[in-house]
Design a protein around this ligand. Structure first.
Ligand code: SAM
Ligand code: SF4
Ligand code: SF4
Length: 344
C-alpha cells in the first residue's frame, strides 16, 4: 500500500498517534488520578509490542508520521526499549517521542537513547519536594530530578520539554521558577491549562489559570514577550523572553485549538479514540486478533477518520455550566474515559 493522506470532515489529516503502552502509573497526580481506587485493564487485554507494531504500520500507511509513547506511565512497561527500537526501524515515522513522569528515567535513559528514541517530554508540576508529595502522592521527587538531569546529559537533551499542569492555588506561584529551571536544564517548559478531561474529578473552573493570566504574570517578571510564529500543529503556543529563552502555553481549556487537530489516541488495550473528550472509541484489538489484514484494518480506520467531526475542547468551552467530564463511579465502570488510559 502506498502512503496516503486522509482527512476528516474538517479537513484535518491523520498525522499524530499517541500510543498508550500501559494504564498503570506510579504517581497519583491530583489532576489525573485523584481517587483511591481504579479499575485496571486485565493483562491479557494489553497489546503486545508485536501487536502495537502491526497497528502502527496501518496508521503510517494512512499518513501518521509522528508517534508519541505515553500511558499511564510508559516506563512501567517492561522493556519499552524493544518497542522503541521496533518503531525506530519504521521509516515512515519521522518523530518518535515519549511522555513520562520521569521517576524511572535516570535508570532507563541509556537504554532509551540506544534504542533510538527521538525526543522526551517530562511532566513536572513543581520544584518543591513537599508540594510534589501532595500533588502526586509520591516521595519520588528526587528521582524525577535525577531523571531530568539524566536527559540533560544525554543526546535527548537537545529537544527536551517539560510539561507543567497549572492549577490555581496549587502551583501557579511557580511559573517563573519553572522557566528559570527549564533554562538551567536546557528544557523548554510548557504550561498546560488544567483540563476538565476524564480523570480530573476535582476539576473546577475556578482552579483553571488561563493562558492570559499566565502571560500577564510571566511578562510582569521578565518584560515583554514575543509570540513565536507557529510552523506545525503542536498544541503549544510559544513565546520568547527578551533574553531569548522560550516557553510554551497549551491553552486547551480557555482557547482550544481543535481546528488543526491531527491527533488520535490508541489505548494500551487497543481502543482508538478520535478526541481526548470522545465518549467512545473504536476497538482495533478484536479485528487485529481475529486476523484482519492490513487493508481491512486500514479500511476500518479510514472509514472512521473521514467521518470525524470531533472538536471536544471547543464544545466544552461553549457549555454554560462546566463540570468534570465524568464522575469517579462512571470511570470505574468505564476506565477508557480516564486520561491515564487515553494517554494525555
Ligand atoms: N504519565 C506520563 C506523564 O505524566 O507524563 C504520561 C501520561 S499523562 C496522562 C500525559 C499528560 O497528561 C501529562 O503531561 C499530564 O500532565 C497531562 N494531564 C493529565 N491530566 C490532565 C488534566 N486534567 N489537565 C491537563 N493535563 C493533564
Ligand atoms: Fe500523573 Fe501521568 Fe500518572 Fe496521570 S498518568 S497520574 S499525569 S504521572
Ligand atoms: Fe483534538 Fe479533541 Fe483535543 Fe480538540 S479536544 S484538540 S479535537 S483531541
Amino acid at each position: 500500500m502506498a502512503i496516503m493522506t486522509i482527512t476528516d470532515r474538517h479537513l484535518r489529516p491523520l498525522k499524530n498517534l499517541r500510543l498508550s503502552v500501559t494504564d498503570r502509573c506510579n504517581l497519583r497526580c491530583q489532576y489525573c488520578m485523584p481517587e483511591d481506587n481504579y479499575s485496571w485493564f486485565p493483562h491479557r487485554e494489553i497489546l503486545s509490542y508485536e501487536e502495537c507494531g502491526r497497528l502502527v504500520d496501518v496508521f503510517t500507511e494512512l499518513g501518521v508520521d509522528k508517534v508519541r509513547l505515553t500511558g499511564g506511565e510508559p516506563l512501567l512497561r517492561r522493556d519499552l526499549h524493544i518497542l522503541i527500537r521496533m518503531l525506530r526501524e519504521r521509516e515512515a515515522i519521522k518523530d518518535l517521542a515519549l511522555t513520562t513522569n520521569g521517576v524511572l528515567l535516570a535508570e532507563r535513559i541509556e537504554e532509551l537513547e540506544r534504542a533510538g528514541l527521538g525526543r522526551v517530554t517530562v511532566s513536572l508540576d513543581t520544584l518543591q519536594a513537599d508540594r510534589f508529595k501532595n500533588l502526586s502522592k509520591s516521595r519520588d521527587f528526587d528521582r524525577v530530578m535525577e531523571g531530568i538531569r539524566a536527559v540533560m546529559h544525554s543526546s535527548l537533551g537537545e529537544d527536551f520539554k517539560i510539561d507543567t499542569v497549572v492549577m490555581r492555588g496549587t502551583n501557579d506561584d511557580e511559573l517563573i521558577d519553572l522557566i528559570e529551571f527549564g533554562g538551567e536544564v536546557g528544557a523548554e517548559v510548557r504550561f498546560i491549562e488544567f483540563m476538565d478531561v476524564g480523570g480530573a474529578t476535582t476539576w473546577a473552573t475556578k482552579k483553571v489559570v488561563s493562558r492570559a493570566e499566565m502571560l500577564a504574570e510571566i511578562s510582569s517578571h521578565f518584560g515583554p514577550l514575543e509570540a513565536v510564529a507557529k510552523n506545525d500543529t503542536a498544541p503549544a503556543d510559544r513565546y520568547r523572553l527578551q533574553d531569548g529563552r522560550t516557553f510554551g502555553v497549551i491553552s486547551s481549556t480557555t482557547q482550544p485549538f481543535c481546528g488543526g487537530c491531527d491527533r488520535s489516541r490508541l489505548t494500551a488495550d487497543g481502543r482508538w479514540f478520535l478526541c481526548l473528550y470522545a465518549q467512545a472509541g473504536w476497538d482495533l484489538k478484536t479485528p487485529l486478533r481475529e486476523g484482519a489484514s492490513v487493508e481491512e484494518l486500514a479500511q476500518l480506520i479510514r472509514g472512521k477518520w473521514v467521518q470525524r467531526e470531533d472538536r471536544g475542547a471547543e464544545e466544552r468551552l461553549s457549555m454554560k455550566e462546566r463540570e468534570p467530564l465524568a464522575d469517579a463511579a462512571e470511570m470505574r465502570n468505564n476506565p477508557h474515559l480516564e486520561m491515564h488510559t487515553r494517554g494525555g
